[in-house]
Design a protein around this ligand. Structure first.
Ligand code: MN
Ligand code: MN
Length: 465
């Protein structure tokens, strides 16, 4: 027996049956990713899956019994799910939390302009992006608008094969001499990231109207959705990549798609709480809580973020409805265990120099446990306790799940955070653990289908503890 730790990969360690299972899981995940293009849609899609598996809204339940499956929607953009276990809440619950917002381009409150014979929607980017990656690619538009009567209108253009798409037309290289001199942070001016939405003039406008293309777009929007220009101010519209999720490589080992950070972990979280409950039935010991939350990419602030006290309210409701009155919510947190289900950076093949390879996460070597996040001298890190690392590693070992331990990159090369610290601040034991991703925050992020599957197996095993 070797004293040395050797990283394994899927083919050296797993049976053909497990590999087939991973393929099946990957396909259902890719299907989810194509539908869950925004946090709104991720919540809707998750509810569809949950309801098909016997989950009902918490509001419909007066009292909660062992085995009950419920969910609570927080303002349409985040979702808390629970399966009630036998053990008292005060002894702690098992929580897996992922986020469902992804980097994208949001429209400005008054976005519609006309320039050089085209109608454009002005945008403001959401989350940390390399702006040039979002130029000259097909974009789809998703979101909601409210009209003056307060009616909600759902918008989705670009998802069907015969839908039009949108794009930001980048400057041609022939005339980009000045642009190309600027550094990569600056050479795309975010104020110029305006999306093409029209080019035809409204024929009925009077000659004196100088912005007939804009008029035409407004007419189309009015005919299709009954909205006027001012209604953009009461909308949340996002442009996201229009291309579908695909297998990558001649061997089809990788998955390419938009929004894998962090919908890969969100989907695994939802599937895991369902399948753990199915497999455990009434013998499930700990109450399981799965949550998929919004606004992680902009610092977890706001009503639908992990920081929102709406989660505390949800836990209060669980205490009340399980007849655990008198239980201190803080004590529930103190005794609870959390997996912060978020992706991490895979070691980038052509940029190995930014990773400490021995402490890096390799694509295809399983789910990655990240003991701590943050940057520099562990600033703003959520740093898991060694005892908790030991507990989680032993769950994975016992369940024969392939995992690796990693950090985001070399010290000083950057850094990042997740929702982990928010739950740690409540007093829970928490560690980050999720799928390694290449080209994170790009329009086409890359994962290994085996890591994706190991992520699901990890969360499921954790819920079954
Ligand atoms: Mn993330
Ligand atoms: Mn992210």
């Amino acid at each position: 027996m070797s004293l040395k730790y050797e990283k394994k990969d899927i083919y050296s360690a797993f049976s053909q049956e497990e590999i087939d299972n991973a393929n099946g899981y990957a396909k259902s995940y890719m299907n989810f990713l194509d539908k869950a293009r925004t946090e709104y849609l991720a919540v809707e899609e998750a509810i569809t899956i949950l309801e098909a598996n016997g989950f009902i809204s918490l509001d419909e339940k007066e009292n909660l019994e062992v085995g009950d499956r419920i969910y609570f929607v927080n303002k349409n953009k985040s979702l808390y799910v629970a399966v009630i276990g036998k053990d008292d809440l005060v002894n702690g619950v098992n929580i897996v939390g992922a986020h469902i917002d992804s980097p994208r381009l949001d429209t400005k409150p008054m976005p519609l302009i006309e320039k050089s014979g085209t109608a454009l929607l002005k945008t403001q980017y959401y989350g940390g992006i390399k702006k040039y990656q979002w130029m000259s690619i097909p974009l789809a538009m998703y979101g909601v608008m409210y009209n003056k009567n307060g009616e909600k209108i759902k918008i989705a253009v670009g998802e069907n094969d015969d839908d039009p798409v949108f794009t930001i037309a980048d400057l041609l290289p022939h005339l980009a001499k000045d642009q190309m001199k600027a550094n990569a942070n600056d050479f795309i001016d975010p104020e110029k990231m305006s999306v093409l939405v029209g080019s035809l003039k409204d024929k009925e406008s009077e000659d004196s109207v100088t912005d007939k293309v804009k008029m035409n777009v407004l007419k189309i929007l009015n005919a299709k959705y009954g909205v006027e220009e001012i209604d953009f101010a009461r909308s949340e519209l996002s442009f996201v990549p229009a291309f579908k999720t695909k297998f990558i490589g001649l061997d089809r080992g990788l998955i390419g798609g938009y929004g894998q950070d962090d919908r890969v972990c969100a989907y695994a979280t939802i599937r895991a709480i369902i399948d753990a409950a199915d497999e455990m039935g009434p013998s499930q010991n700990k109450t399981a809580i799965a949550m998929i939350v919004d606004k992680e990419e902009i610092g977890s602030t706001g009503t639908t973020s992990m920081s929102s006290r709406a989660f505390d309210m949800f836990v209060n409701k669980l205490i009340e409805k399980t007849n655990s009155m008198g239980t201190d919510k803080l004590e529930v947190y103190y005794n609870s265990k959390v997996l912060s289900a978020d992706v991490t950076a895979g070691v980038a093949p052509e940029y190995e120099e930014v990773s400490d390879i021995q402490n890096g996460s390799m694509i295809g070597c399983g789910i990655s446990i990240e003991k701590y996040t943050g940057s520099g001298g562990k600033y703003n890190a959520s740093d898991a306790n060694a005892s908790y690392m030991s507990e989680i590693m032993s769950i994975l070992d016992r369940n024969n799940i392939m995992y690796q331990v990693g950090t985001l990159g070399k010290i000083g090369k950057g850094g990042g955070g997740t929702i982990a610290y928010i739950l740690a601040d409540k007093g829970c034991e928490v560690v980050d653990c999720g799928t390694p991703v290449l080209a994170m925050h790009s329009p086409f992020e890359v994962t290994s289908k085996f890591d994706v599957y190991m992520t699901y197996l990890t969360y499921k095993a954790f819920f079954k503890e």
